[in-house]
Design a protein. Structure first.
Length: 318
C-alpha cells in the first residue's frame, strides 16, 4: 500500500510577506512605496508601485503581487498576485520566483509550479524544498522519487522548518534505509550547490532589515499528515494535522561533536539531523573548533533522552 503525505491548500501561507526595494541605484518610487507600506498606508504604496510595475520594474511588480496576495491597498486577487509574481520572476527576481512557484502550487497549477519550485529549491529556499520534496514523495505532478523527496525534505528540515522535520519522520516509516542513505548523500550535494557563489544580482540585498523576507523559521509552510492511498484509485486528501506546538527551551542542548573543519560539522548534521525533528542545529565557534549543538531541550533528562541511539552525544547547558 502506498503512503501519501498530503499538502494543505494553505501553501500560500508560506509566501513571503514583505515588499522589496530596488537593488541597484536608488529607485525613489519603489522606496517611497516601501516607506508607505511600513506606515500602513497600503493604498499609497500601491499607487507608487503600479506605474513602475507597468514600466517593467521587477521590484515594483513583486510588491504589487504581495499587495494583491494580502489584500492590502487592493482587494485580494490571487490571479493578479500570480501574474505580477510571474512578470518579476521571468526577469530573475529571486523572491518573485519563490512566491510564483508557491502561488502556482496553491492555485492548483502543479505541473507549471514544478519548474519554478526547482529553481528556488536549487538556491536553497527551504519552503520550496519542502513543497517540492512532498511532491516527489507523492508523485504529485512529478514522477515519484523517494530519494529526491528525502533529500529535499532533509535540507528543509536542516534549515529549521518544523513541518519539514515532521514530514521527514513520517517518511522514515515508508522509505527504505538504502533510499534514505542515498537521500542523505544527495542532500549534501544540494547543500554544496547552494553554498556556491551565486550571481551578483540580488534584489533583496538592500531591503531594510524590518522589511526583509521572513526566514523559514518564521513562516507557515504547508502542513502535512500521512494518509493511505491505494493505487488505483487515489482517495481524496485527509484532513490536515495541526502543526506541532513550540519546543520549550530549558537551556539544554546536545553536543554531537567538535571539528577543526567547519565543513565536517555541517556534514555530520546532514547525516544525523533527521533524528532530531523539530530541533535546531547550532554551529558554535570555540577557538579553532566548531561545535555541533542541537536543541533546544526543556531539561537535562529530555536532552539525555534525545541522545538515545546517537554517539557521540552529550547533554550540555547553554
Amino acid at each position: 500500500m502506498i503512503k501519501t503525505i498530503w499538502l494543505a491548500a494553505a501553501a500560500g501561507a508560506a509566501l513571503s510577506m514583505s515588499p522589496a526595494m530596488a537593488q541597484t541605484a536608488p529607485d525613489e518610487p519603489v522606496k517611497a512605496g516601501v516607506d508607505a507600506w511600513e506606515r500602513g498606508d497600503y493604498k499609497a504604496a500601491v499607487e507608487r508601485w503600479r506605474p513602475e510595475a507597468v514600466r517593467g520594474n521587477p521590484d515594483a511588480q513583486f510588491n504589487l503581487g504581495q499587495a494583491y496576495k494580502l489584500g492590502r491597498g487592493v482587494p485580494i486577487d490571487l490571479n493578479q498576485a500570480e501574474e505580477w509574481y510571474r512578470k518579476a520572476a521571468v526577469q530573475g527576481h529571486p523572491q518573485a520566483q519563490d512566491n510564483y512557484g508557491l502561488a502556482l502550487f496553491q492555485n492548483g497549477k502543479r505541473p507549471q509550479a514544478v519548474e519554478w519550485l526547482q529553481r528556488s529549491a536549487t538556491r536553497g529556499e527551504p519552503r520550496t524544498q519542502f513543497v517540492l520534496g512532498t511532491m516527489y514523495f507523492n508523485g504529485d505532478a512529478v514522477e515519484r522519487d523517494w530519494v529526491r523527496a528525502y533529500a529535499l525534505t532533509v535540507r528543509a528540515s536542516q534549515s529549521g522548518l518544523p513541518q519539514a522535520s515532521t514530514a521527514l519522520a513520517q517518511m522514515d516509516r515508508y522509505i527504505s534505509l538504502s533510499e534514505r542513505q542515498q537521500g542523505l548523500t544527495l542532500a549534501r550535494q544540494y547543500e554544496e550547490s547552494a553554498n556556491r557563489p551565486q550571481p551578483t544580482t540580488d534584489y533583496a540585498s538592500n531591503i531594510p532589515p524590518a522589511t526583509r523576507p521572513p526566514v523559514a523559521t518564521t513562516t507557515r509552510p504547508p502542513r502535512t499528515t500521512p494518509a493511505p492511498r491505494p493505487t488505483p484509485p487515489a482517495p481524496k486528501p485527509t484532513e490536515v494535522a495541526a502543526a506541532p506546538g513550540p519546543v520549550r527551551d530549558g537551556g539544554w542542548r546536545l553536543q554531537l561533536g567538535a571539528f577543526g573543519d567547519p565543513n565536517n560539522a555541517r556534514k555530520l548534521w546532514s547525516q544525523v539531523g533527521s533524528r532530531f525533528p523539530g530541533r535546531q542545529v547550532y554551529y558554535v565557534k570555540q577557538g579553532s573548533l566548531t561545535r555541533v549543538l542541537v536543541g533546544p531541550f526543556a531539561s537535562r533528562a529530555e536532552a539525555a533522552s534525545g541522545c538515545r541511539g546517537v554517539s557521540p552525544c552529550v547533554p550540555v547547558s547553554k
